[in-house]
Design a protein around this ligand. Structure first.
Ligand SMILES: Cc1cc2nc3c(=O)[nH]c(=O)nc-3n(C[C@H](O)[C@H](O)[C@H](O)COP(=O)(O)OP(=O)(O)OC[C@H]3O[C@@H](n4cnc5c(N)ncnc54)[C@H](O)[C@@H]3O)c2cc1C
Length: 564
């Protein structure tokens, strides 16, 4: 039997980030991955080797913003292991049926100048709006980069710059109340309060709704940070695709002596005397973990691998709470990838190639974006007038396709379970080959209304239904954020209050990944935070107290000494 200090279930980017921090701290680590390619939602592969050889596709994540809000890339020195980030500028283009368009640059000033071509008052408001959300974002970064229940860690992450942002939001009672009121409202409410033009509000609503809820969803006005992040810290893509981030992590793990085994599905968590001591994989092999088992899969799936009796002994209420308290709505993604002979041309919008550097949004109105989310929630496919998010990654990174050729990445929100189709199609969801292709045709028709050369440029295409995506990622209901990103499941509620600090009631069993704080997307934060939480459990209390004291001394001298 093979013995390691730590065994990690799943080689998603969070599992790999967690592994590197533990290896650096001197632990021996084994990562077990179900699929043949590590990376989970962060893979880049030649997805159509026969029809489109040499074309590389990001099957899931493409635009990286959150990872630049934390120290993972710099602390792990990932550039030394092959990672190079290419920053997008412009960051977003959204053509509007009126002939106007929104072109967001990395610079707020340049973006305001673009908006001013169509609406000068909205351009002025945009500067103020982004200033406000930048302060919100800066104030939240310390919370993202710490265990949610660890006040000391969170406080320690505030430097003078972030404290100033926080004070600017809370400097008077009326400001603080306005701030709370804003957070309680929806992105639609906030956009209507600030702006008049639909060509601007619709793409901002579309980006805000990337959290997985319609613009009208109360208490999710925070979605506005999705555009704020594109200005600062910016939006970037690894050269070679998202998989290059995973490859850099693998290079580092191998250098540090860690092991990643693919095609190893963990089927059982081994518990001995109430403590997690290892795992068993599909072929019956057992791997022992001396110090801990860490899960990159969500809590519901993790505990389905633990004997019910062991869960009940640790916490008699947990199984019931996992079943009834963790929410996954019905929204997932239908993913379309195409190999193109030429890039799309937005002829009716004085086409410029720079439109294709960032994300291209089809968002004609807030109402269209609303339906893109509310239809899936009741099992309907919002394809009568599709809103979508498209990227031509090869405009920024030509290495991802043969010379002169391009790729197209399209994300279309769709239901996991189709209404009135229960029990049919893949996994009983109603999704069939015919249906997914019919929906993809409609999405491409819509995009072609704006870029008329699109259809004749498609050399090959791959369509993945939500049911297939759910199978590929092994996530429940096709939820690539593992569990919903709704407020009642964020911060110290993610995934449940008793599991929120990356620990579980079973000794030696830890949780990381998108289903833990601060949530889904490419950030590496759950992986890093979990590694820190694990290390804290391994250290004597006296050492932790000494660290906390050093930390406070350092912060006090920074704040009062005026250093950053
Ligand atoms: C179409 C699409 C587009 C997206 N676009 C973006 C984007 O542009 N930007 C962004 O930031 N985010 C994006 N996301 C979200 C992002 O991809 C995910 O939130 C993120 O990859 C989650 O990472 P993770 O490491 O927490 O989990 P995962 O990537 O889900 O990794 C979990 C790993 O565990 C493995 N596993 C599961 N069960 C077992 C088992 N029993 N034994 C062993 N291994 C197991 C899985 O195979 C997987 O490799 C997108 C997602 C999708 C689907």
């Amino acid at each position: 039997m093979q013995v390691y200090d730590v065994v990690i279930i799943g080689a998603g980017h969070n599992g790999l980030v967690c592994a590197t921090y533990l290896l650096k701290a001197g632990y021996s680590v084994l990562v077990l991955e179900k699929h043949s390619v590590p990376g989970g939602g962060a893979t880049t592969i030649e997805a159509m080797p026969k029809e489109a050889p040499g074309f590389k596709f990001n099957l899931c994540a493409i635009d990286h913003e959150f990872i630049h809000l934390g120290p993972v890339v710099s602390e792990l020195e990932l550039s030394k292991y092959g990672l190079e980030y290419l920053f997008c500028d412009p960051v977003v283009f959204c053509p509007h049926p009126s002939g106007k368009y929104f072109l967001g640059h990395r610079s707020i000033e340049k973006t305001c100048a673009e908006i001013a071509c169509h609406h000068s008052a909205d351009a002025e408001r945009y500067r103020e709006f982004m200033n406000f959300w930048q302060h919100v974002l800066q104030s939240m970064i310390p919370i993202f980069n710490a265990s949610p229940k660890s006040i000391i860690d969170i406080a320690g992450n505030y430097d003078i710059h972030k404290l100033k942002s926080l004070f600017s939001l809370l400097s008077s009672t009326s400001k603080a109340l306005d701030f709370v009121r804003t957070l309680l409202s929806s992105s639609e409410d906030v956009l209507n309060e600030w702006f008049e033009s639909e060509f601007l509000k619709a793409p901002l609503a579309r980006l805000a709704s990337e959290l997985g809820a319609p613009p009208s969803q109360k208490m999710l006005a925070i979605g506005a940070i999705m555009m704020a992040m594109r200005h600062n810290p910016g939006m970037a893509r690894p050269r070679g695709g998202t998989g290059a981030l995973v490859q850099a992590l693998l290079n580092l793990i191998h250098k540090l002596g860690g092991q990643v085994l693919t095609e190893q599905t963990v089927e059982k968590i081994l518990i001995d005397n109430g403590r997690a001591v290892g795992v068993r994989v599909g072929n019956g092999t057992e791997y022992r973990a001396k110090h801990g088992v860490i899960s990159n899969i969500d809590a519901q799936r993790l505990f389905s691998l633990v004997d019910p009796g062991d869960i009940d002994t640790a916490d008699p209420d947990l199984r019931e709470r996992l079943d009834s308290r963790i929410i996954n709505n019905n929204e997932s993604i239908l993913k379309i990838d195409c190999a193109l002979s030429e890039p799309p041309r937005f002829e009716h919008y004085q086409h410029q190639d720079q439109y294709l550097i960032g994300s291209v949004l089809i968002a004609d109105s807030i109402k269209q974006v609303e339906i893109a989310h509310t239809d899936p929630s009741v099992g309907k496919i919002p394809d009568s007038d599709p809103s979508c998010y498209a990227v031509v990654p090869t405009m920024l990174d030509p290495t991802m396709a043969p010379d002169g050729k391009h790729t197209l990445w399209i994300e279309f929100f769709a239901p996991y379970q189709i209404e009135n189709a229960e029990g049919t199609g893949l996994k009983g969801t109603g999704w069939t080959e015919e249906l997914k292709n019919k929906v993809a045709d409609r999405v491409i028709d819509k995009l072609a209304d704006y870029a008329p050369n699109l259809k004749r440029s498609i050399m090959a295409r791959r369509v993945e239904s939500p049911a297939e995506l759910g199978e590929r990622l092994s996530v429940l209901k096709g939820n690539y954020y593992h569990i919903d990103m709704s407020l009642e499941q964020m911060v110290f509620f993610r995934p449940l209050p008793e599991l929120a600090n990356y620990r579980t009631p079973i000794a030696g069993l830890f949780l990381t990944g998108a289903g833990t704080h601060p949530g889904g997307s490419i950030s590496g934060m759950p992986g890093r935070n979990c590694a820190r939480a694990f290390l804290q459990t391994q250290r004597p209390v006296a050492q932790s107290l000494r660290d906390a004291q050093d930390f406070f001394n350092q912060r006090v001298s920074q704040v009062f000494g005026g250093q950053v």
